[in-house]
Design a protein around this ligand. Sequence first.
Ligand code: HEM
Length: 507
Amino acid sequence: MELELPSIAVLLTFFLFVFMVFNILLKRAKTVSKLPPGPWMLPFVGNLHQLFGSLPHRAFSDLAKKHGPFMYLKVGQVPTVVVSSPEFAKEVMRSHDSIFAFRPRLLYSQILLYDCTDIAFAPYGEYWRQLRKICTQELLGTARVQSFRRVREEEVSNLVEWAASNAGSAVNLSKRVQSTTYSIILRAAFGEKRKDHEEFMSIVGEASEALVSFCLADLFPSFGFLSVICRERPKLEKLKQRAKRVSEIIIQRHKEETQEEKTRKTEDLVDVLLKFHRNSEYLGFSLTSDNIKAVIWDIFTAGGETAATTTDWAMAEIIKNPRVMKKVQDEVREVFNRKGSVDETGISEMTYFKCVVKETMRLHPAVPLLLPRECSEKCEINGYEIPAKTNVIINAWAIGRDPRYWTEPESFIPERFLDSSIDYKGTNFEYIPFGAGRRICPGITFGLSNVELQLASLLYHFDWKLADGMKHEDLDMTEALGSAVRRKDDLFLIPQAYNPSPVSKSE
Ligand code: HEM
């Protein structure tokens, strides 16, 4: 095949570019020579999938078996450390937490999160500290989560009615659990349902694909022009404009509410955030409209898929393990029957049920690689020198299966939590489904309340069978990549009403 002159020019430019990139990598690699080596250059996590044919947390786990639990990778130009043991996770998230409390500035967060002014991607510092305070004291504290109890119970009651109306036939439970979870979050965040809320949800869905896809600009940050010309930018900008338009309408509607309307309704999350808009007394500064939009975005992306995925995995594991199904259903039915109502108050009395949820999150943490952290200054961990600006990826999935801490780590055994003090609050580093340290998930109470009420209600009201005569042992537990790691296949189950009046609505 003959190459024409322009093609040769393109090829030469390409090789020059590759040479420049490798040259930089060589220089950088020397600075972290004390770290145990890993594969030298790997594309970003989204692309590892294609490279290894397995999901990033599994690929990293396999690499760690060969290279150790504190592994150095060069991800494009970015020095990256992958942590796969509880001991090293503790070093990062407790002993050196303040140094590792930063996040890398990804193109996604710069564009969609208004230059990283949300909570999850805000750089560690005063602004983040104040947002965290609003989050823990006002937005996601126990009292606020409790104030949304009616919303949760109404939405879960709709879910039960839907399953009851389909009794005897196969239903796509995954899809319905997902829409129930998002309905709860939509109502908690924005108030009563409206048409534009659905549009907001569909934009969030499209953006979650962008979060896991590979972006060259993030791999080669010193080539600033890449963030301008990369193919992701126009897509992200377009999504941002759409989200901005819808959230402005929603915020404006909240601002225009009369005092009477405000007193009649339950305060939603936008109402709470607006209290800090043009009012600097509490924070020392006031939240701008863009800050509010960034935080709203976090609530949906961080809170929706995580809780829906956890509920779905729990149902799948319970169905796959008939012994667990019988034991947990006996407990749920005993408690709700004794109390005479199916509502949240009974859940705190369910010991085994809580163990089932914990075991689900051990085997299937919704965010298996915790949100990336960035080291703000040079530091040393167990004799390894880590330069400033190194990214740190913590593999919560691998840690939850570490055979030194968990017997039969691959098996679903809720009993392991029965007489154990191990909890998900960030003090047991062998179990970190919500992360740990300063950046631990602030939505634990809200997230779990959404998971638990749905799961307990589904287990109470129905007996469940797999569709198409599938045997429980044949249920495929393959994972798929998304903003949270979910089951590849949707869960199709046949509900059978448990008692003569399956739809006893929550009071
Ligand atoms: C089962 C449900 C959930 C799971 C498994 C989960 C998991 C996580 C994890 C692993 C992190 C990263 C922690 C780290 O970097 O150490 C995180 C951060 C975060 N989560 Fe959650 N989450 C859940 C529900 C929620 C909910 C319901 C909300 C809010 C409505 C929420 C809001 C956040 C925010 C804002 C952050 C960032 C915190 C920061 O960087 O300071 N999450 N979550």
